[in-house]
Design a protein around this ligand. Structure first.
Ligand code: CA
Length: 445
């Protein structure tokens, strides 16, 4: 018996196969068995395969019956007898969905035997294939509260006891999507988080103060970790956002949380620090905007990397990572009271762990930014800058002019000439006298 074989796959070089999984849902092993000797009795073909491949079915040009012999062997009866000079083609189909992401090599061992004596003992044929799995991953970034306002007095760090005293809530959201066709057992997402304004010292002023641990919404599991030396809510500020929930306030003020070591986070005094430069942008209407951009990429913010792992991201599924923080109001009030906007950006990128063999074609969509735009509070600015005296004078003069103008118009329209029976007082009195004879004596002096 002679056995020849091939895998339905793109062959790069002889005896080397590449299987693009996902594109094809099945792996097909095609085997040709020929009998060059005398008729063979109880001729059988065996295909030994990976345990993670599931046998589906087989097809042949002859009455060949294949069965699952055990979890790793498919056996086919190719004839009893398998006649002289006869050949059969058998296609054996396997389902690869159970393959692990780190399983990058697939081996098949193929051999035939019969109860008849072989002319020549044949070695089993070993077929090796490199498995290439393709999954198109992409990431999109957005800010849940894209606009935020800052204003009010500058409050020192030590005076802030509650999270809501820090500033407005800001969340950056990253959506990771697997277009497929293959699943990805672990996707790593690295988010650069702008926690302080850049300066030439070890610490800058607070920028986006992380309120809680980032969360992952996905069908599979996931977790995020912060780099050493960084924690969520490092000042252990209390959350009193929900005043109704008294229990949580009592809980958060238990001694165990107060015992936190603050010394790591006491920072050097705030003398004149180098401030991130303001750029003037002229829009298409010719308006000038004074803009400050703070982000990790440009080095205008101090950032740390949040590393998130998303597990078992199936084809056509997404995972949403949310990072909740507070905009540190006093930093912006102190250093940027006169700008039109402050843009604060975080960024994220997808990293496929090195032990996972996944191929992607488009790497450009593996990177995203999320941006919060903070505006100085206009009401606050009015308070800070009293209205100049000349505005009052102009307003008063304009008011007077308007009144005079209105009077003139009304006069012109005859508003003041309406039904006045007698213009003089004497005429009026005389009229009265005529009407009331009793009053006559009063006036006859
Ligand atoms: Ca991609």
């Amino acid at each position: 018996l002679t056995v020849s074989y091939f895998l339905l796959a793109s062959s790069v070089k002889p005896d080397f196969y590449e299987l693009f999984l996902g594109e094809r849902e099945e792996i097909v092993v095609e085997v040709k068995v020929a009998n060059v000797g005398e008729s063979a009795y109880e001729a059988q073909l065996f295909i030994v395969h990976s345990q993670n491949l599931n046998y589906i079915a087989s097809k042949s040009n002859d009455s060949v019956i294949c069965n699952l012999y055990n979890a790793t062997i498919v056996s086919c009866s190719i004839g009893n007898p398998f006649k002289k000079d006869k050949a059969v083609d058998i296609q054996v189909r396997f389902d690869p969905k159970g393959l692990e992401d780190n399983e990058s090599q697939l081996g098949f061992t193929i051999f035939a035997n019969s109860t008849s004596k072989e002319v020549k003992e044949k070695q089993p044929i070993v077929l090796q294939a490199t498995v290439l799995k393709r999954a198109e991953l992409s990431i999109k970034g957005s800010a849940k509260t894209q606009w935020a306002f800052y204003g009010g007095p500058v409050v020192g760090e030590s005076a802030i006891k509650h999270l809501n005293e820090v500033g407005p809530k800001v969340s950056h959201v990253y959506e990771v999507f697997n277009e497929g066709p293959w699943k990805v057992s672990t996707v790593e997402v690295r988010i650069s988080w702008p926690y302080e304004v850049a300066n030439d010292k070890a610490h800058g002023k607070w920028l986006l103060y992380m309120e809680e641990m980032p969360t992952i919404q996905a069908l599979g599991d996931g977790e995020c970790i912060l780099p050493p030396g960084h924690v969520v809510n490092p000042l252990k500020l209390q959350d009193n956002a929900n005043l109704d929930d008294i229990d949580s306030i009592i809980q958060s003020s238990t001694p165990s949380t107060i015992l936190y070591n603050h010394t790591n986070h006491i920072r050097t005094t705030r003398d004149t620090e180098k401030v991130v430069n303001t750029r003037t942008i002229i829009d298409k209407d010719g308006h000038r905007h004074r803009v400050v951009a703070m982000n990790c990429k440009a080095g205008t913010a101090k950032c740390f990397d949040i590393v998130c792992y998303i597990y078992n991201l199936q084809r056509k599924q997404e995972a949403i990572i949310s990072v909740k923080a507070r905009l540190w109001n006093s930093t912006l009030v102190e250093d940027y009271p006169k700008v039109d906007m402050v843009k604060i950006g975080s960024n994220a990128r997808i990293v496929i762990p090195s032990n996972i063999v996944i191929q992607q074609e488009n790497l450009k969509d593996d990177y995203a930014i999320a941006e919060t735009i903070a505006y100085p509070d206009l009401l606050d600015q009015q308070e800070a800058e009293p209205v100049p005296v000349w505005i009052y004078i102009v307003a008063a003069v304009a008011g007077m002019l308007l009144f005079i103008l209105l009077t003139l118009i009304l006069r012109k329209l005859g508003f003041f000439k309406r039904r006045r029976p007698d213009p003089t007082l004497s005429g009026n009195l005389e009229k009265h006298r005529d009407d009331n004879p009793e009053n006559e004596a009063l006036f006859k002096h």
